[in-house]
Design a protein around this ligand. Structure first.
Ligand code: PLP
Length: 458
């Protein structure tokens, strides 16, 4: 008999979860104004809001916490992290930041000015926020295949080279400070970018003398997909693939709360000394001195260790295997999801799930509320609320995809939890026609509204 898959780790510390009744949840969601960000965590049974900072650290990471060097300048934990980034990513310069958006804030302060254009593949929400906040424009050049959730394509995060070249050839070079490749591409469904595409985007941008950066939050998960899906990489190690990926770019912003499996942290990696010097000033202003950047010394050590663990094949196989496990269950139940499943999350196609609810009534958010009521599972809307208003016209942007994201924290839940989540969605799927109304916005912030907005029943 072939031996079944089992996780390459065991559990040393457990944290009890509180179950609630439907009546309690009905009360709590009204008080939260139908915004799941407003819930207290003990009102949630299984929390799939995000995979960001929610992973379980290893014993070796906790050991790093104890060994943290809290010196203001020249902390040994900093040097440990610097050496790891040098060898793992091949990047000579780096700045620590307290998380990914802080890395964006620092790097973009050094690179982006009003009127600029930043092409990329479906920029992440905070990334787009930091671009638009500077009165610059993020241009989405993702391949069209990403819009069709039923289409099986191995690299739905890829950039369309024609779309990109159009941006590069029709705008003056001075207006394009960088091109941003998000690996994996969260907004299009946790979908990877192929090595071939990274190489071609890099070559195209080099021809136009435009620097290329990774939004690298899930670079290791992207490397896993390259290994298992792209010809020529099946015998390479994850770390060899990572090194090659980074060899094509000029730098990266990193949210370490994702693939570095820490609860807080981020960094900017760069090749150019002049850019490093320019960004250093902003880092000191916004984040902290160059050798701690808004983090404690112990955080830097845990981050360095997490980067090593996050790039182990066995770990990634278990991680991405669990996401695929949930995706398979939902598919068996006939529930429409983004195919194939991505690296960190399963994305339910809410437009198909609740096709009888008009888009103005926020299909994905409606499904998120239903899932919470059904079983205390918290998920997140990746749709109209996240897409925000057009910065110029202030009209709602209705994206091609209305998705409900089930983000799986790293090493935190078991497949029994996944079975539970799948059963909740199955129950909703069976009674979907009885959901007659969605929601409408009562109040919202001018930018990144999804975090704080209030809703009411439509
Ligand atoms: C999480 C994330 C960010 C922002 O990082 P934070 O650590 O949440 O500030 C940026 N880009 C991508 C792709 C992300 O997943």
């Amino acid at each position: 008999m072939e031996l079944p898959f089992a996780e390459p780790y065991r559990i040393k510390v457990v944290e009890p979860l509180r179950k609630s009744t439907r009546a309690e949840r009905e009360d709590w969601i009204i008080k939260a104004q139908y915004n799941l960000f407003n819930l207290r965590s003990d009102q949630v049974f299984i929390d799939l809001l995000t995979d960001s900072g929610t992973g379980a650290m290893s014993h070796l990471q906790w050991a790093e916490i104890m060994q943290g060097d809290e010196s203001y300048a020249g902390s040994l934990s900093y040097f440990k992290l610097r050496d790891t980034i040098n060898t793992l990513l091949g990047m000579p310069y780096f700045l620590p930041t307290h998380q990914g958006r802080a890395a964006e804030n620092v790097l973009f302060s050094a690179m982006i000015k009003a009127g600029d254009i930043v092409p990329g593949n479906a920029h992440f929400d905070t990334t787009k926020g930091h671009i638009e906040f500077r009165n610059a424009v993020a241009v989405d050049c993702t391949i069209e295949e990403a819009q069709d959730t039923t289409l099986i394509h191995p690299f739905k995060g890829n950039l369309d080279l024609e779309k990109l070249e159009k941006v590069l050839s029709t705008n003056p070079k001075e207006k394009i400070p960088l091109c941003l490749i998000t690996v994996t591409c969260n907004t299009s469904g946790g979908q990877p970018v192929s090595m071939e595409n990274i190489r071609e985007v890099s070559a195209l941008c080099r021809r136009y003398r435009i620097p290329v950066f990774f939004d690298a939050a899930r670079f290791a998960e992207n490397a896993y997909f390259i290994k298992v899906r792209e010809k020529g990489y099946e015998h390479k190690s994850i770390r060899e693939i990572v090194l090659e990926m980074f060899s094509y770019v000029d730098g990266a912003t990193m949210s370490s709360k994702k693939d570095a499996i820490v609860n807080i942290g981020g960094f900017i990696a760069m090749r150019d000394k002049a850019l490093f010097d320019k960004a250093s000033t902003f880092n000191i202003m916004f984040e902290g001195y160059l050798t701690y950047g808004g983090l404690a010394g112990r955080d830097l050590g845990a981050l360095a260790q997490g980067l090593m663990e996050g790039t182990e094949f066995e770990y990634l196989e278990a991680r991405i295997g669990q996401v695929a496990f949930l995706g398979k269950k939902l598919t068996e139940y006939g529930i429409p999801i983004q195919q194939p499943t991505g690296g960190h999350a399963v994305f339910v196609d809410a437009k198909k799930f609740l096709s009888h609810i008009p888009k103005e009534e926020l299909q994905a958010q409606t499904l998120a509320v239903e899932l919470y009521l059904e079983g205390g599972v918290r998920s997140v809307e990746i749709g109209t609320l996240l897409a925000d208003r057009d910065p110029v016209t202030r009209e709602n942007r209705y994206p091609a995809l209305e998705l409900l994201r089930l983000a799986i924290p790293r090493r935190a839940y078991t497949n029994n939890h996944m079975d539970y989540v799948a059963a909740c969605l199955k129950n909703i799927w069976d009674r979907r026609d009885s959901i007659r109304k969605g929601y409408r916005i009562v109040s919202e912030a001018p930018i990144m509204r999804h975090f704080t907005l209030a809703l009411e029943k439509a």
